[in-house]
Design a protein around this ligand. Structure first.
Ligand SMILES: Cc1ncc(C[n+]2csc(CCOP(=O)(O)OP(=O)(O)O)c2C)c(N)n1
Ligand SMILES: [Mg+2]
Length: 622
């Protein structure tokens, strides 16, 4: 069959499927793209020729944002279905780097198809080509290598066959998956080749659920049976493996409390008796207290980042040991853990059977349940919004949202002060309601990801929560939501700048330097009047419906209206700084942000003293 490389690739991608637990899905459900030289005549022509039935197409505004949308889609689809992203060469390709890093760090599949400079080099250099005098085979696409789980460059037509198969292997491998890049030199994309018809046959990639090794499981069961104060940390792997019910059964049978990371939150609904909420720097007092005293931490499907371990200061019981229940040996061995390398669902099912009859001491269970009720009162207090005529605090916005959503609503966020507030306060009602990207915590993920999630979950209300800084970083895909008629709901919380970093800056001796959106003052600092931004007008200019709010009363109505809207709708709210009584509870555990060891300003010296005190709590778990 005679086709160009680009035509062959599109036809191949349209025939790939995944299968897990008896369900079959299309692997590459659609392709996002922005055309320029390097893909317009190759992949662009091929997509035109294949038509939307073979390969649905989505037009983006910004390459990075297209990857975010693809990540949102794949995460919502349990990593069993993904999107491809095609770009021009040069800036179109390098705009992918941030999105690729986010996908790879969060272990979410996305297929990147950047155009590349000529393989045959008839005109050398071409527009936008990097000339590296020391290495003739380097192009800007090589910047995608460290952020891709798999990278290949198709310099000959026939090389597409093994390269495409390997790319599918990585995308569907629960350990390896992340950004997969196939760099496509622009001349090669358009070259014709005689392809074996079998290359285009329907192909099914079975997504495996490896069961635990017998000896590892036996050792893990002995560790659980020997523990008095065990704690589960549920990470994103619980969700990727669809292990929520297995986790609920494990917790129900053993009474072991379950804390969650950002990626794992919602693994148990907030009102499950064993759910103790978020853990670590942004965690609940309940979870962090349990972590401090735990003698066994069952780290299930988590990468154990610094936010989770409070930068190595959280687990203070001298006897603490870790079980690493993870499909990736790399993660299973962290903190010198005893590894149980397996799929999360399979592992939790088998571990439950292997510890049958074990249950934590009733006193332990009663104590954590009481503490949990105490924390719920703090959430109620932060959510309470009695003054209808006042501007809301950020926590009150969450409270108002809490009152309007059902289990089918999905909330998306990634950066600013919201991830911390959400991790502490949000009451996840369903397994996939809470979608906070905190592997890369990338400002600007929210709006495009909401589109991807909405495409994967049609009919469900999808909310992107964004700070004003985040909104300004990347509002472009609002246009895409309008074009595609995807009725996402965007809530802009305007506090005139980078409040989270401003607060952090104040505690680390940087005095809030350059973190507010203000004019330059006489002395050259940014301490003048607030900038005259009108983000609501900005959103309206991109075609979405906008509801401006000033008060709690306005916001209550606006959120209900946005939820019912059948077109993309933006709710704009200016938030006020909470007072100490009503605000969200402060951090219950540390996070390591190194402070200047020497400085002339007093603030840094004081911050360093506090830093040294905190850092002294750090433990090496061996
Ligand atoms: C792309 C990107 N650049 C920089 C940062 C560092 N950063 C984290 S939060 C933040 C400020 C966010 O401001 P805003 O969205 O207004 O939220 P707020 O802090 O006011 O809650 C910055 C600059 C980041 N996470 N992502
Ligand atoms: Mg802000």
């Amino acid at each position: 069959m005679r086709l160009t490389v680009a035509q062959a690739l599109v036809r191949f991608l349209a025939a790939q499927h995944t299968e897990r637990d008896g369900h079959r899905r299309r692997l590459i459900a659609a392709t996002w793209g922005i055309f320029g030289h390097g893909n317009v005549a190759g992949i662009g022509q091929a997509l035109l020729e294949s038509g939307p039935r073979d390969m649905p197409f989505l037009q983006g505004r910004n390459e990075q944002a297209m990857v975010h949308a693809a990540v949102g889609y794949a995460r919502q689809r349990g990593r069993l279905s993904a999107h491809a992203v095609t770009t021009s060469i040069g800036p179109g390709a390098t705009n992918l780097v941030t999105g690729a890093a986010l996908a790879t760090i969060n272990r979410i599949p996305v297929l990147l198809l950047p155009g590349d400079a000529f393989a045959t080099r008839p005109a050398d250099p071409v527009l936008q080509q990097l000339e590296a005098a020391h290495a003739g085979d380097v192009s800007v696409n090589d910047t995608l290598r460290p952020v891709s789980r798999h990278f290949d460059r198709i310099t000959r037509p026939e090389a597409l066959i093994p390269a495409a198969l390997q790319a599918m292997r990585v995308l569907t491998d629960p350990v390896q998956t992340g950004a997969v890049t196939l760099a496509l030199p622009q001349d090669v994309q358009t070259e014709a080749h005689d392809w074996p018809p079998e290359f285009f046959a329907e192909r099914v990639w079975a997504v495996r659920r490896p069961r635990p090794d017998r000896d590892e499981l036996a050792r893990a069961a002995a560790a659980v049976r020997g523990s008095a104060r065990p704690l589960v940390i549920a990470g994103g792997g619980i969700r990727h493996s669809a292990a929520q019910s297995a986790l609920a059964e494990f917790a129900g049978a053993t009474g072991i409390p379950v804390a969650s990371t950002q990626a794992g939150k919602g693994a148990l609904p907030y009102d499950h008796p064993a759910d103790v909420g978020g853990i670590g720097h942004t965690g609940t007092a309940t979870a962090d207290e349990l972590a401090r005293g735990a003698d066994l931490v069952i780290a299930a499907g988590t990468r154990l980042t610094d936010f989770t371990t409070a930068s190595g200061t959280l687990f203070q019981n001298p006897a603490v040991r870790f079980l690493g229940l993870n499909i990736d040996p790399y993660d299973a061995h962290k903190l010198a853990g005893q590894p149980v390398v397996c799929d999360a669902r399979a592992g939790l099912e088998e571990l439950r059977a292997a510890v049958a009859g074990y249950r934590v001491d009733p006193g332990y269970e009663t104590a954590y349940k009481e503490r949990k009720s105490g924390w719920e009162l703090l959430v109620d207090r932060a959510y309470a919004a009695p003054d209808e005529d006042r501007a809301p605090t950020q926590a009150q916005v969450l409270g108002l949202l809490d009152a309007v959503v059902g289990p089918e609503d999905i909330l998306i966020n990634a950066a600013g002060s919201l991830p911390g507030d959400l991790h502490k306060l949000w009451r996840s009602r369903s397994a996939d309601q809470y979608h906070v990207e905190y592997g890369y915590s990338c400002m600007g993920y929210e709006i495009p990801a909401a589109i991807g999630v909405a495409l994967a979950a049609p009919g469900r209300p999808v909310w992107a929560l964004v700070g004003d800084g985040t909104y300004l970083m990347n509002p472009t895909e609002l246009v895409t939501a309008v074009q595609e008629g995807v009725p996402i709901k965007v809530v802009i919380l305007d506090n005139h700048g980078y409040a989270s970093i401003g607060g952090l800056s104040g505690t680390v001796g940087a005095e809030g330097f350059a973190t507010a959106y203000r004019f330059r003052a006489q002395d050259g600092s940014y301490t003048g009047a607030p900038l005259p931004l009108d983000l609501a007008a900005n959103a309206a200019s991109l075609g979405v419906a906008v509801i401006r709010t000033r008060t709690i009363g306005d916001l209550r109505k606006a959120l209900a209206e946005a939820r019912a809207a059948d077109r993309p709708t933006c709710v704009y709210a200016q938030t006020r700084t909470p007072d100490t009584v009503s605000g969200p509870p402060p951090a219950q555990a540390w996070w390591d942000v190194p402070v200047a060891e020497t400085a002339t300003r007093k603030s840094a010296a004081a911050a360093r003293e506090e830093y040294d005190r905190q850092a002294a709590q750090r433990r090496r778990h061996l």
